[in-house]
Design a protein around this ligand. Structure first.
Ligand code: SIN
Ligand code: CO
Length: 398
């Protein structure tokens, strides 16, 4: 087992290998191209979350969860949306069922750290960690997702079937809550044991069935904004900055009265092109890509002042961590300035704070004994305190 990447929760270093594949080989040959089953991709030292804790999360109002019952015909499968109740769990079921809990990384530090392992891809791409718990024979049916996903077996065994590449034209079953494929062409089949993982690119049909009881699957899902979302959210962001006094100007009239001329169209295209500058696109994308998955989650940490920060640094103990559920990224502008984007907000960084911001955004964790040199001056300490006091960062033992 020594060549298997072993999960050490106190280290947030991204994986360098997926089983025998280096991440470079994986990205070149499979990422967004074709499915691949990776045996012994990750060895778990312990489960990321206990089954009772997972069920407990599903009872919480701020947690997205579903329970899918495979009772009778597929069209009759029941979906119970969370928050679930004790009665949902105490109910005797003599048919298979699956509990799916979304965004576990926003609530459980070990799950957040697990997601961090996938930062061999840009972290803005990471969406969430979903965890499912299934009884023997349970599954959510044949479907496709529009995003990349790693399906990692945590406990028990699951059989996965991988099928055709789908599209919006693929026929779906008549079910008002589940998007299940009417046709599934079996291409590949794998039985996953704990530590095995299956990568599925967007649109590729897949179907998993638990072949043991207590089958736990970790799904690392990625963000894949649609082209439509890119255009509409960019336009919405620009609209915040553009004066309503600016109106379309005419450039002479050459066409017939009933026509929209080629000049009209060219003028409109120019107006749009003028907005597409590297700075405008980076500012919009930084905010857009770091928007919180669950904006209503309360992040507030107990406020700290500079004296308290100085004494933590002097104590030289512990780590500074990015809070669970916080998304952050930075860009460099053409003039050498840096902007930090965090939970959808843009924060210009003073030049003294750029090394600190780069370190926390790249690593998600800084040892306190490395913090001293990163935040030596008041400007970078102030930046750290702003982020800490908003609850975006916190100090912990490890
Ligand atoms: C599951 O964990 O049962 C379903 C995950 C998926 O197919 O995306
Ligand atoms: Co899926």
């Amino acid at each position: 087992m020594s060549d298997i990447a072993s999960l050490n929760v106190s280290s947030l270093a991204p994986l360098t290998h997926l089983g025998e594949l280096s991440v470079e080989e994986f990205i070149a040959d499979y990422w967004q191209q074709k499915p691949v089953c990776i045996r012994n991709g990750i060895a778990f030292q312990q489960a990321l979350i206990g089954v009772d804790e997972l069920a407990g999360l599903a009872l919480e109002a701020e947690v997205e969860s579903r329970l899918i019952e495979n009772k009778g015909d597929i069209k009759d499968w029941q979906v119970i949306h969370g928050p679930l109740t004790d009665a949902d769990f105490n109910k005797e079921r003599d048919f298979p069922w699956t509990l799916l809990v979304q965004g576990v990384d926003c609530f459980v530090p070990e799950a957040h750290d697990f997601l961090a392992k996938f930062r061999f891809l840009p972290s803005w791409r990471l969406d969430d960690l979903m965890i499912s718990y299934a009884t023997k024979g349970a599954g959510v049916g044949a479907h496709y997702d529009r995003y990349d996903v790693f399906l990692i077996q945590g406990e028990g065994q699951r059989q996965w079937q991988v099928g055709q590449t789908c599209s919006e034209h693929s026929a779906l079953m008549a079910h008002d809550q589940l998007c299940l494929l009417q046709d599934f062409e079996l291409h590949q089949e794998f039985t996953l044991n704990p530590g095995d993982m299956l990568y599925i690119p967007p649109l590729v049909a897949h179907k998993g069935v638990a072949v043991s009881d207590a089958c736990v699957t970790y799904s690392v899902g990625f963000r894949s904004p649609s082209h439509g979302d890119v255009l509409t959210t960019f336009a919405d962001e620009r609209n915040l900055d553009i004066s309503a006094d600016l109106r379309i100007k005419d450039n002479g009239f050459t066409a017939s009265s009933g026509a929209i001329s080629a000049d009209d169209v060219a003028g409109l295209m120019q107006l749009m092109r003028d907005q597409i500058t590297p700075e405008n696109v980076a500012q919009w994308f930084g905010k857009y890509s770091t928007e919180a998955k669950y904006p209503a989650l309360d992040m507030a940490e107990e406020a700290m002042d500079q004296n308290e920060l100085d004494s933590i640094i002097a104590d030289n103990y512990g780590v500074l961590r990015v809070s669970e559920g916080v998304r952050l990224a930075y860009t460099w502008q053409g003039d050498g300035g840096m902007t930090l984007f965090i939970q959808g907000e843009a924060l210009p960084c003073p030049p003294q704070a750029t090394s600190f911001v780069e370190a926390i955004a790249d690593q998600w964790l800084i040892e306190v004994d490395e913090l001293g040199v990163l935040v030596e001056d008041d400007a970078s300490k102030a930046m750290l305190l702003i982020l800490h006091n908003q609850g975006y960062l916190y100090f912990a033992d490890e």
